[in-house]
Ligand binder design. Structure first.
Ligand code: URP
Ligand code: ZN
Ligand code: ZN
Length: 453
């Protein structure tokens, strides 16, 4: 099967240029103006942008939490992803407990994802206390293609700062990248206890229960550790101005510190916790203020954040409303399908990001950081033909009814978008066209990461 994508504006991390793309089988074979062939289907891309497939570097599909499961499994989650121009997702292989062998956690997750995924996927490996000592298993994980580890400073999965230092050192020796959910557990717990003591337990208090300082303190301590070890460190879902400033200043000082933020931290504020829909917006860390939104945009625009991902962790409204307090409401929001159009409308159109920057933070940078480049994140001959045709003139009002996640709601309901994906190719196959998903479960492949940084 061959495709010729004709007359579009091809956007890469470096530039925007008018060129045609020829796809043969699963790969791009040529990129230049004036390509012609009689043996390919032609897609007229005049007036459209042609982008490398988006990589959502932070998703949680088919995840158990207490006696619940996330609404999206690997099929519904990745089908929705394809409809938003996302061709690769990076989920998590998570051991069941500290005693669970990492190899088993990896094979289990590969099997779960492989059966159902409709776009390509890679995996970060979650480390629970004690796993950081098992350097043999860490090395084996890297050889299996899991080149990034995920640790927490909070929740039951948390590692102490001392264990985190060991983990960072061990990972550095192997060449793997440590990614971290950074909220200082003691500060979170002390805020929670104060609120509980005052009877303030509803979701209205969620933002106060995980204060800005908790993120800032954890980021400060972790940057110090990274500096001491002279090792790279990647912060997931940064939500506060304070943490963003710390990451920017660490990078200015030459440290290999990387930052990720999410559309909800760029666009939404904690005001929603005063509404009756508050549980629908509960995620950790919580939404912050307008000032935080603006600082995050600024830091992203200046290139100090490398990745925008979604932390897609979807529950239905019924599941979200099943909690009784801020600590037992299922945490997380859906987002993968709306990542690209939101970032285009509110990032590019509002002047925060150029088109090449959009491609950097949504595709090329995550591909590079997580060992998928140049197979992914690029539009060169030889790269996988993961391509989005994006119509910058298409105007829509976001509505969950038109989206594909099993969450059945979006935190961005009613948002006006100018610009929307028209078509998505996954390794040369048309998997989405004008509102319709055309792919199938099991079509997505595991893409092993290769060490790069
Ligand atoms: O609330 C969130 N973010 N849920 C997903 C798990 C995590 O902490 O990333
Ligand atoms: Zn997290
Ligand atoms: Zn997450």
């Amino acid at each position: 099967m061959a495709w010729l994508i004709k007359g579009g504006w091809v956007v890469t991390a470096e530039r925007v240029e008018q060129a045609d793309l020829l796809i043969e089988g699963e790969r791009i074979v040529a990129r230049k103006p004036g390509l012609a062939t009689s043996s390919a289907d032609v897609l007229d891309a005049r007036g459209k942008y042609v982008l490398p497939g988006v990589i959502d570097a932070h998703v949680h599909y088919q995840m158990p939490i207490g006696n619940l499961w996330t609404a999206d499994d690997f099929y519904t989650g990745t089908a929705a992803a394809a409809c938003g121009g996302v061709t690769t997702v990076i989920d998590y292989a998570e051991p069941l407990g500290s005693g669970d062998r990492l190899e088993e956690a990896i094979e289990r997750r590969l099997e779960e994802a492989g059966e159902k995924a409709a776009v390509d996927f890679s995996l970060h490996l979650v480390l629970l206390p004690g796993h950081e000592e098992d350097t043999k298993a860490l090395q084996a994980a890297v050889e299996r293609g899991l080149v990034s580890f995920k640790i927490f400073t909070t929740y039951n999965q948390r590692l102490s700062y001392t264990a985190i230092k060991k983990c960072i050192q061990a990972s550095q020796e192997i060449g793997a990248l440590v990614t971290v959910h950074a909220e200082d557990h003691e500060l979170v717990m002390s805020a929670r206890e104060k609120l509980k003591a005052g009877g303030r337990t509803s979701v209205r208090y969620h933002a106060l229960s995980r204060p800005h300082e908790a993120e800032v303190e954890a980021v400060r301590r972790l940057i110090d550790i990274a500096k001491e070890c002279q090792a790279p460190l990647y912060f997931v879902h940064i939500s506060t101005a304070g943490a963003a400033e710390l990451i920017a200043s660490a990078r200015r000082a030459g440290l290999q510190v990387f930052g990720e933020t999410c559309p909800h931290y760029l666009l939404l504020t904690d005001k929603v916790y005063n509404t009756e829909d508050a549980p629908l917006y509960l995620m950790c860390p919580p939404l912050r203020t307008r000032e935080d939104n603006l600082k995050l945009w600024e830091v992203l625009s200046e290139g100090y954040f490398q990745v925008v991902a979604t932390d897609h962790c979807s529950y239905t409204p019924e599941q979200k409303l099943s909690g009784t307090a801020f600590w037992d409401t299922p945490a997380g929001v859906p987002g993968t399908e709306t990542l690209l159009p939101l970032l285009y409308s509110y990032g590019v159109r509002e002047g925060w990001l150029s088109l090449p920057q959009l491609v950097q933070v949504l595709s090329t940078n995550p591909a590079r950081l997580f060992g998928l480049y140049p197979r992914k994140g690029e539009l060169n001959p030889g790269s996988d033909a993961d391509i989005v045709i994006f119509d910058p003139r298409k105007e829509i009002k976001l509505s969950a009814e038109a989206l594909h996640s099993a969450a059945r709601y979006t935190p961005f309901e009613g948002y006006t978008l100018k610009g929307y994906p028209e078509a998505t190719f996954l390794r040369g196959q048309l998997v989405y066209y004008q509102g319709r998903f055309l792919g199938r479960p099991g079509q997505g492949r595991f893409i092993p990461g290769k060490l790069q940084i």
